[in-house]
Design a protein around this ligand. Structure first.
Ligand SMILES: Cc1cc2nc3c(=O)[nH]c(=O)nc-3n(C[C@H](O)[C@H](O)[C@H](O)COP(=O)(O)OP(=O)(O)OC[C@H]3O[C@@H](n4cnc5c(N)ncnc54)[C@H](O)[C@@H]3O)c2cc1C
Length: 376
């Protein structure tokens, strides 16, 4: 690729999703003398969905412009019991992805900070990366790449369909988020309904599966209809439908590009599919590093956490009939603050000990053994 008509950049960010645009926004705020450009083909509106996290009061404040709702209590429900968890430290917080992405895009300074285009023909030579976008040649000293990771077609994944709806009549319980309601069809794999009441007549609900096989769209729709019927909730307006597939297995090491950030770098929590908070932390640390000349991408999750999550997923695969019980036991073992830290991947030894002691021991020890020695 000739250099003559190239635009030369200090930093090229491929993909302006959670990771890419957050990094760009943080770098822009630091006003570093670096020419940075984000390459993202889709508008924020085209990528709208709900992103949720356990947020501290400071995070709640900074995420306020994109917030759809927040709850100090949340619950898990199975056929026989309900676990309600309350927190003083964390609010379960739900964001509009479109609004968050737009807010970050608007914070970028200069007209050229985002290019609405895909990146193609990426090549590296003598420490400089070159590529094409929208017919234009670019070179960049550093590339951060957030293009979604490649995953095997039969990998364990969390797959879901969500609806944002206006209800005909006001709902009564709006101060609690339902993280997992397992009282749904479990015949195809681990399945639960996730329900977030943003207000008395504004609800987000999702039919979520953890399995290796995706279902027809109608299957998730039927599950949501049944759940709504059971709760006597009638849809007035279906505002938005979203679908998602999040791999719960790591992509092969060889498929991770140099300078990978966000989900591409392994930020998705293998046991839960949550990634928003880990990506925010990774991007804050990366931007701080860049400001002092350190361009290396921090690891988004610890090796210990990944290993524990692999054992957890191994048990889900080996003993799917125990899955609901395992999630309910995790909820019962912890208080709200501890549960939030556990889900955020910041749990300490006490929280881990509580969870481990609450688990059916034999099956976990067997799985651990299997993973250590490679067989039973
Ligand atoms: C529907 C959905 C809901 C989720 N909900 C939650 C949640 O509630 N909580 C949570 O913690 N996690 C959630 N996740 C997981 C995770 O937080 C998100 O996937 C998050 O968006 C990952 O951020 P990212 O920047 O790594 O990837 P993305 O946000 O996917 O960004 C990658 C970007 O790269 C762009 N791109 C692709 N190819 C090219 C190319 N060739 N050139 C340039 N750009 C390209 C894409 O358009 C995309 O915008 C959810 C995931 C999905 C799919």
């Amino acid at each position: 690729m000739s250099n003559i008509t190239s635009i030369n950049l200090d930093i090229a960010i491929i993909g302006g999703g959670n990771a890419g645009i957050t990094l760009a926004s943080k770098l822009s705020a630091q006003k570093l003398p670096l020419k940075t450009l984000v390459f993202e083909p889709k508008t924020p509106q085209q990528r709208d969905c709900c992103w949720s996290l356990w947020a501290t009061p400071d995070q709640c404040e900074s995420l306020k412009p994109s917030m759809l709702g927040k709850w100090a209590q949340w619950r898990l429900i199975d056929d026989v019991s309900e676990v309600v968890l309350k927190s003083d430290e964390y609010q379960y917080t739900s964001l509009s992805a479109a609004s968050y992405l737009q807010h970050c895009e608007d914070s970028l300074e200069g007209t050229d900070s985002i290019k609405r285009s895909t990146v193609e023909q990426l090549a590296k030579e003598a420490g400089i990366t070159s590529f094409k976008a929208d017919g234009q040649k670019y070179t960049a000293k550093t590339v951060f790449d957030s293009r979604p990771p490649v995953t095997a077609s039969n990998s364990l994944c969390q797959h879901f369909m969500g609806w944002e709806i206006r209800t005909k009549a006001p709902m009564t319980e709006t101060d609690i988020a339902t993280l997992m309601d397992f009282r749904v069809d479990q015949s195809k794999g681990l399945h639960f309904i996730y329900a977030l009441p943003f207000s008395s007549n504004h609800l987000f609900l999702e039919s979520t599966m953890i399995s290796r096989t995706l279902e027809d769209k109608q299957w998730y729709r039927d599950a949501m209809h049944q759940w709504l019927q059971r709760h006597n909730i009638e849809i007035d307006v279906l505002l938005r439908e979203e679908v998602g597939v999040i791999a719960m297995e790591e992509p092969p090491e060889t498929s991770i590009p140099l300078g990978a950030i966000g989900a591409a770098s392994g930020a998705v929590r293998l046991s839960s599919g949550y990634a928003f908070s880990a990506i925010q932390t990774q991007m804050t640390r990366l931007a701080n590093g860049i400001s002092v000349g350190n361009y290396s991408v921090p690891k988004p999750t610890s090796g210990y956490l990944d290993a524990m999550d692999r054992v957890f997923n191994g048990v889900l695969l080996a003993k799917p009939d125990l899955a609901v019980d395992i999630f309910m036991r995790t909820g019962r073992a912890l208080n709200g603050d501890q549960f939030a830290r556990f889900m955020l991947g910041t749990a300490g030894i006490i929280e881990w000990a509580k969870v481990i002691f609450a688990m059916p021991k034999r099956v976990f020890i067997r799985q651990l053994w299997r993973q250590v020695v490679g067989h039973d």
